[in-house]
Design a protein around this ligand. Sequence first.
Ligand code: FES
Length: 116
Amino acid sequence: MTGYRRHIFICTNKREPDDPRGSCSKLGSESLHACFKQEAKRLNLKGLVRANKAGCLDYCAQGPTVVVYPEGIWYRVTSEADVKEIMDRHILQGQVVQRLLLPDQSPPPLLSPLKA
Ligand code: FES
């Protein structure tokens, strides 16, 4: 194995409750991270896909923030259903989930399916 085919970073940054910037953790990103891991396991993607916690990704106002590499596509993910859609459509089928994209991204690249 030479590395993961796709790497998902989920911001789980925490800030003090009175911090005006808020944080993705406050918006539930810890459980979203767990859901990404659970989905990767359910889809039998061990060794192909990794879901990692990340520090602040600088899109705090638009979070919970998730970025998928190697494509570098940024999403706002707020629910388990969003996680499942990214795993099924982006990770497995190579389709960008347009409705979850953070704004102001240049057109995403064409993706290749993870499994044919
Ligand atoms: S706290 Fe998540 S992007 Fe900043």
